[in-house]
Design a protein. Structure first.
Length: 126
């Protein structure tokens, strides 16, 4: 397996997150729990595409900042009664360094686009 170092554990705030930019697709959000476990999810809520990296981390869950959906950090799945999942990425923590699997960075959900803020206006051809 080809693991890629993405940051140090101390780069992720306790009960916070950091984003990892990919060459293609939506960023990956890294989350750190109170007991220094690290999880990685696609930075996109399955509900309306909200940026999970801006959500509130509690226990082993994150609350989406848009509509407060609660997603499990281990599997990316919404807690009932909500339904849906966002892709979860494998994480390896070694000697204070955080690694993600390169093959997943290059293949998981690369076809999804990041949400855009605000309404879009189509400009007619002149």
């Amino acid at each position: 397996m080809d693991w890629t170092r993405v940051c140090r554990l101390q780069d992720i705030p306790v009960l916070g997150s950091r984003r990892v930019q990919r060459r293609q697709g939506v960023d990956v959000a890294l989350f750190r729990t109170a007991d220094d476990e690290v999880f990685a999810l696609l930075d996109r809520c399955p509900h309306k595409g909200g940026p999970l990296s801006q959500g509130i981390v509690f226990g082993k869950s994150v609350a989406c900042p848009l509509h407060n959906w609660t997603l499990g950090l281990a599997d990316g799945c919404a807690q009932a009664p909500d339904v849906g999942c966002t892709p979860a990425f494998q994480v390896r923590l070694e000697a204070g360094e955080v690694f993600l699997l390169q093959s997943e960075l290059e293949s998981l959900a690369t076809d999804l686009r990041a949400p855009t803020a605000g309404p879009r206006i189509a400009i007619a051809a002149v």
